[in-house]
Design a protein. Structure first.
Lengths: 58, 191
């Protein structure tokens, strides 16, 4: 599973960029640890993970 | 230690012991001209002077930098400029070696990461995952479509992901079967 596939999957079910941002925000707010582990599972580089999580909690 | 005249002299065993190397290493150093004992006893045993020992100390120090004996021999007779350039070369070699090791480390990390099932890390459970999807604004129809797309796109990752949510094997089988069948149905209806 790659990040691109995951995004494709979300787009296929009708999630737009705004909803995906919301998804990250919810994920970060409710389950920060799980958010981290999920992004690791997608092999997202650690620097990018930090950026995503920062953006989501801003 | 022998005292010959006023000069301290050391036997090969004493030098070997002092630097924690074998006698044969010292003999080898002599054979390649790296360290030659400056004198012999009347019965032809090697004797190392204080100066020889200092020489050995230098060799020992350079050995600790990981340099080859050939390079060390050059170092011992080099001028300042050559000395610096030899050491810089070794530093470069070490940097390359470290880079290679870092790369190997990364390859292993990636292999382990890909290999370890999400199950082992247990991202979250089914309930929290659904709550998250709903908070994002997904309805039941979207959730169904998500399974179908997931199954179509990456069946193994789908399995892996469902396992990570702690869903039972039977339910996973049902979900995946449902996903495949409904995807076919949908495609037929589209025609």
């Amino acid at each position: 599973m790659t990040t691109e596939q995951w995004i494709e999957l979300f787009r296929a079910i009708g999630l737009d960029d705004k909803m995906m941002n919301k998804w990250h925000e919810e994920f970060e707010k409710k389950y920060p640890q799980e958010h981290q582990r999920f992004l690791e599972w997608l092999n997202v580089p650690s620097e990018k993970i930090n950026r995503i999580r920062q953006k989501a909690s801003a | 230690m022998l005292i010959v005249g006023r000069v301290n002299m050391y036997t090969i065993s004493e030098v070997a012991k002092r630097f924690q190397i074998s006698r044969s290493t010292l003999l080898y150093y002599e054979s390649i001209g790296l360290l030659v004992s400056s004198s012999r006893t009347p019965s032809n045993y090697r004797l190392y002077s204080e100066e020889d020992v200092q020489h050995m100390e230098q060799i020992n120090m350079y050995r600790q930098s990981g340099m080859a004996l050939k390079e060390i021999r050059k170092l011992l007779t080099s001028n300042q400029q050559a000395f610096v350039s030899l050491l810089e070369k070794q530093l470069q070699n070490l940097n390359k070696e470290i880079q290679k090791l870092r790369y190997q480390q990364q390859v292993i990390i990636n292999l382990l990461r890909n290999n370890s099932k999400l199950t082992e890390t247990r991202v979250m459970d089914k309930k929290t995952w659904i709550a998250l999807l709903e908070a994002t604004g997904l309805d039941d129809e979207a959730k169904g479509k998500w399974h179908r797309q997931f199954e179509k796109m990456a069946p193994e990752a789908h399995q892996d992901f469902l396992e990570s949510l702690g869903i039972s094997p039977q339910e996973i089988e049902q979900i995946r079967k449902w996903s495949t069948e409904n995807d076919i149905k949908e495609n037929l209806e589209d025609r």
